[in-house]
Design a protein around this ligand. Structure first.
Ligand code: PHE
Length: 457
């Protein structure tokens, strides 16, 4: 039955797993994507749907994903293959592993480009480039960056190399060390930014925008994007959390870990929103400015606050780290598979994955300039062509589908006694609540939202 160790190594403790999984979850999705998605979709109602999705769909699926990973102890592809065989299920379940690998590549390819923007902003902050910015000049500064493919390519390359290096160093020395200090530091700096937002005079308006639901702003498109955001920000549905779960010691509680990871991740997103929207309103900017929102708002704050040079530099450095620890988790499943099935060492495996995703990243780079085109997504104009398509395809379709399959596999296709054994909750209310959520609530929730997105209901 299930192995007690992974051949790739194990986390040194439950804390190490929590840190790594939180490192995977907390990233650009929280600080870059959440605010602009909320802004594009009218604020409060989107946030409410997102929170409901985290709670009712995300947490049960996260538990299912960790459970599967810990039972299989291999890369998602091989884990699915061997668990399906153990449980005498159809071999096609392996496709879940493959789908996750494809989603991971697609996400990594654009993730690294956006992480490149944050790298560029570290140096802008350091060079005093944020001094005296207003809404307009901050926008111009951002547009100058994204319309310059060579510069984007350089930063994208640097970020991908950074990511590959950490993955090649392995579970303990590479992944664990990176997250221990960065996560708490990022958190503190976000708090400081919320403190600044309190001084802008528009804090209340920002707070209301984020938390008071205006249901007239809620379209089919925003519901589907809120669900996609829940999956994306929790790193669910592609195998990253499954992979990390495969390094988790048997003794650790899957429920407590999931609650903690999801709670911290949600907190970071909300703090980012609280920091950003007051600045948006105080500077006469558009909440629906799109993917540039964070890069056009926070520099204004840093340009005005005392110590802004230091804090601005530090903030973007930490954002780079947050993106880094997420990108690592996007590489890990595919790299582990190459080690298991192609006999590569970690260094080579990481380099292969990184190179392929790097190449694909060029598509995203060009989407912000020469290859840009607009299209309509549920009444909302998306103007960055293939980047938006990659994003919609992965976050709104592939991750929810993957997560749905994981919930179904864990709760319908793995024997009940095995899941009882893995979750260690006994067979009482908590266990039954999980099983109900994984069997019915989460899959039906995803399906309903899909159907509404397709206009079927
Ligand atoms: N959760 C990460 C973020 O919010 C992105 C991610 C998605 C990482 C899927 C791994 C898997 O930035």
């Amino acid at each position: 039955m299930s192995a007690t160790q992974s051949i790739h190594g194990m986390w040194s403790s439950r804390l190490a797993f929590i840190l790594a999984a939180t490192g995977s979850a907390v990233g650009l999705g929280n600080i870059w994507k959440f605010p602009y998605m909320a802004g594009d979709n009218g604020g409060g109602a989107f946030v409410l749907v997102y929170l409901l999705c985290v709670l009712l769909i995300g947490i049960p699926i996260m538990m299912a994903e960790i459970l599967i990973g810990r039972r299989g102890r291999q890369s998602p592809i091989n884990t699915m293959r061997s668990l399906a065989a153990d449980e005498r299920r159809h071999g096609l379940w392996v496709l879940l592993g493959w789908g996750g690998m494809v989603a991971g590549f697609l996400i990594l390819s654009y993730y690294s480009v956006i992480a490149g923007w944050t790298l560029a902003y570290v140096f802008r902050a350091l060079g005093g480039g944020f001094m005296g910015l207003d809404g307009e000049s901050a926008g111009a500064l951002f547009n100058a960056l994204i319309s310059d493919p060579e510069r984007l390519l350089a930063w994208h390359t640097i970020f991908m190399v950074m990511t590959t290096i950490v993955v090649s160093r392995g579970v303990k020395s590479g992944l664990e060390q990176a997250v221990k200090v960065m996560m708490p530091a990022l958190f503190l700096l976000l708090l400081a930014l919320v403190g600044y937002a309190l001084t802008t005079g528009e804090f209340q308006r920002g707070l209301e925008f984020l938390l008071v639901p205006d249901f007239s702003a809620l379209t089919r498109g925003s519901v589907i994007q809120a669900m996609g955001q829940a999956f994306f920000t929790l790193s669910l549905g592609m195998g990253a959390i499954m992979m990390y779960g495969s390094y988790l010691p048997r003794s650790a509680s899957i429920l407590n870990s999931s609650l903690l990871i999801a709670g911290l991740d949600t907190l970071v997103s909300l703090l980012a929103g609280l920091a950003i929207f007051p600045i948006v309103f105080a500077n006469g900017m558009e909440p629906g400015a799109g993917p540039g929102l964070v890069f056009m708002t926070l520099p204004i704050a840093f340009g005005q606050m005392p110590g802004g040079l230091l804090f601005g530099t530090l903030f973007f450095i930490l954002l780079v780290f947050a993106a880094w620890t997420s990108a690592i988790s996007l590489v890990e499943p595919a790299a582990a598979w190459l080690v298991e099935n192609r006999g590569m060492n970690r260094v080579r495996a990481a380099a292969v994955v990184g190179t392929l995703a790097w190449l694909l990243g060029i598509v995203t780079i060009m989407s912000f300039s020469d290859w840009a085109f607009s299209f309509d997504f549920h009444g909302e104009t998306k103007s960055n062509g293939l980047f938006d398509i990659f994003d919609i395809l992965t976050a709104n379709i592939m991750l929810p589908l993957g997560g749905l399959a994981m919930a179904v596999f864990a709760s319908w296709f793995i024997g009940r006694s095995s899941t009882v054994d893995e979750l260690q909750l006994g067979e009482g209310l908590l266990y039954r609540a999980w099983r109900f959520a994984a069997r019915y609530l989460a899959p039906l929730g995803v399906l309903l939202i899909f159907m509404s997105g397709l206009g079927v209901i």
